[in-house]
Design a protein around this ligand. Sequence first.
Ligand SMILES: *Cc1c(COP(=O)(O)O)cnc(C)c1O
Length: 296
Amino acid sequence: MRELELGLQLPSPLQDLHDDRLAGVRLFLKRDDLIHPEVTGNKWRKLKYLLADACASRASTLLTFGGAYSNHLRATAAVGRMCGFTTIGVVRGEEEPHNAMLDAAMSDGMQLHYMDRATYRRKADPEVIDALHRRFGDFYLVPEGGSTEFAVPGCRELVDEIEQPFDVIACPVGTGGTLAGIAAGLAPGQRALGVSVLKGAASLDDDVRSLQLDATGRVVGNWSIEHRFHCGGFARRSPELDEFLGDFDRRHGLRLDHVYVGKLMLAVFALISEGAFADGSRVVAVVTGRPPAGSG
Ligand SMILES: *Cc1c(COP(=O)(O)O)cnc(C)c1O
């Protein structure tokens, strides 16, 4: 894919983080949030090979799904504009006053289609997809979150970009595509740690395994998911999280989003203080995206 032409900053930078709470651990930030101003970093990596597949199958329209605050809808709209696809976004729920995310998707030319919650839950059913085809004609279907087997080789490249030796690489987990790809790229002795941003999402472990199986034909056991840091559930925040993020911004001049990266970083620092990483460990935390513009 023509990454340079598209104005993507790749490889994304790796930064050494200095913080007096690190004890004997060295922490690096993989700044995927800097890849592109409109395409969330990990969304580009997840979509890259899927777009190549869409091109190969001569598709000109992408149809995908998301909630009203979905980074994935926003990223698909931007990528569609950049790469010349028409895009349709199926949004969960009734139409509401627009937020910045949907406005941005629309200004990238995405056509929005609202779907009631009951139908949305059945969005993978053939009848629901047939109805969408009757309405919109031909399209290439991108599942919610963009986690298909194509996410795995794309996210794996993130690991290949890191020249610095490391022991553990940590990322947030929404649908698990990013974690599955990262784990697929590790060398022997390295491990990946996912931090679930969803409450009670024990099935994520199976999701990661099946993504790995689909993409590479095998499951590797060099990863695990931490389920303790969802702070109340998806997109919820807790006083502890807000306090941590305010403090992190003051220390490092870096505002983290509270949906994904904030929970990742909260988890990494909690694990460090619990002594979960051996002295001298080199840990990479993937900053998968940035807070939406105008968010507090
Ligand atoms: C979508 C998203 C994730 C979740 O990635 P999955 O592959 O779905 O687990 C993580 N971080 C950011 C910033 C995202 O936008």
